[in-house]
Write a protein that binds this ligand. Sequence first.
Ligand SMILES: O=C(O)CCC(=O)C(=O)O
Ligand SMILES: [Fe+2]
Length: 202
Amino acid sequence: MTTSTNFHTDWASLLDDKIEQFIETGTTVLDNCYQMDALQALQNESGFIDYKEAKLTHGERQSHIRGDSIRWIDHDCPAGLAYLDSINELGAYFNRTLYTGIRSSEAHYACYPAGFGYQWHSDNPVGRDERVISAVFYLNDDWREQDGGQITVINKLGDTVQLLPKLNRLIIFDSNLRHQVEITHRRRFSIATWLRKDEKWV
Ligand SMILES: O=C(O)CCC(=O)C(=O)O
Ligand SMILES: [Fe+2]
């Protein structure tokens, strides 16, 4: 741990009741993941960092597809690293319960300005499958329906799941599922996170 902030979360107690749902649908949502000091540390770090422009895999921003600015979590982000330590515990939980073979994680802060979203996509580029599970954690106080910015996921059964990006909420889904971010009407902060089956690259 690189910070004294408390990021401890008992993933089994949050997920044991939902794991059947995750197997069946490829999606689940957890609320109240962390304590207030951890949330504040993440909010603080996400709001005071210099965002780089989001890049698609071919290296060019396409704001008609995605409108977020991102910053990858690295050694300059102590709260983000503590968050990733806890996400690695989540990966260990999935490996124990579902034999997912997760070996690394990666995450970036993202900020969507009002008027932007992220159109339909899946998190593995065509022909790749290293990302096993996607998890998006939200940092937005008092988010309301009229603020927009919902994440919409088509689950394994073909049903549409739509959720608000509320503070302390983690949405977890199979990285191959298609999803989008609806146009947000307020500045929207999140941490996009992936559990991967290959070795860490940072
Ligand atoms: O912020 C979200 O709700 C999802 C973001 C996303 O799909 C991505 O960054 O790949
Ligand atoms: Fe995505």
